[in-house]
Design a protein around this ligand. Structure first.
Ligand code: GTB
Length: 213
């Protein structure tokens, strides 16, 4: 049976590739594993059949035989563990890549999500203007630290790894607002990720479903 993932029936981003199925598609493309996609409506996500796969009623999920996974980071980790291409064969390098995967979802993504939510959903709140500088400052601090560590390197730790795949995926969320351009080295890092053939295939696959018809 083929690997099956779930994705939005139609992503609210209209094909920008920002929903989290894109990072899973990207990982599968990097390791050359074919996969199928089951498209799920917002309504179906909250129904028992999907909740049996994902306790929070979200996408993406990953099914392979008896195995069902949720959480994009865990799914990418599983793919990297089981198929060659995203983890080094050197044990220490692999562990460092895992650190970067956790850093992406645990140290970088939260401040970006907070910013996106403030920008897109909270602008009309009476406290929005007062809070925004705090939200931006928290995100900028983290991004500055990340840029300092990346320096002029191509990837975060030598060869491209699952750590870079997760980090670039998280940073892509900063493109629509233009914030990524405040950090030229991170913008260039994201572009390097987007230029990978595997990313291009993943992006095109989601665009075919979510883009303008
Ligand atoms: N921590 C989980 C993971 O990494 O897998 C988070 C999963 C998640 O947030 N899934 C979202 C979802 O299913 C889709 S990706 N939402 C529906 C719901 O909760 O009911 C988040 C997302 C959605 C839309 C855009 N966009 O349009 O730009 C970007 C990202």
């Amino acid at each position: 049976m083929a690997i099956t993932i779930t994705a939005f029936e139609r992503s609210p981003d209209g094909g920008k590739g920002l929903a989290r199925d894109t990072r899973v598609r990207w990982a599968l493309e990097e390791v050359g594993q074919p996969y199928e996609v089951r498209y799920v409506s917002f309504k179906a996500m909250k129904e028992p059949a999907h909740l049996a796969l994902h306790p929070f009623g979200q996408i993406p999920t990953y099914e392979d035989g008896d195995l069902v996974l949720f959480e994009s980071g865990a799914i990418v980790f599983h793919i990297a563990e089981n198929f060659a291409g995203l983890f080094s064969s050197d044990a220490n390098a692999r562990s460092r890549a895992i650190s970067w995967m956790f850093a992406a979802v645990n140290s970088i993504e939260p401040s970006i999500l907070e910013f996106s939510n403030a920008r897109l959903f909270e602008g009309d709140k009476p406290w929005a203007q007062e809070r925004m500088p705090l939200v931006v400052a928290r995100m900028h601090d983290r991004l500055k630290q990340l840029a300092a560590r990346l320096g002029q390197n191509e990837w975060l730790d030598g060869e491209f790894s699952a750590g870079d795949l997760m980090m670039v995926s998280v940073l892509l969320r900063l493109k629509p607002s233009g914030v990524i351009n405040d950090f030229p080295s991170l913008a260039a890092y994201v572009t390097r990720g987007e230029e990978r053939p595997a990313y291009k295939r993943a992006f095109a696959a989601q665009l075919a479903v979510n883009g303008p018809k």
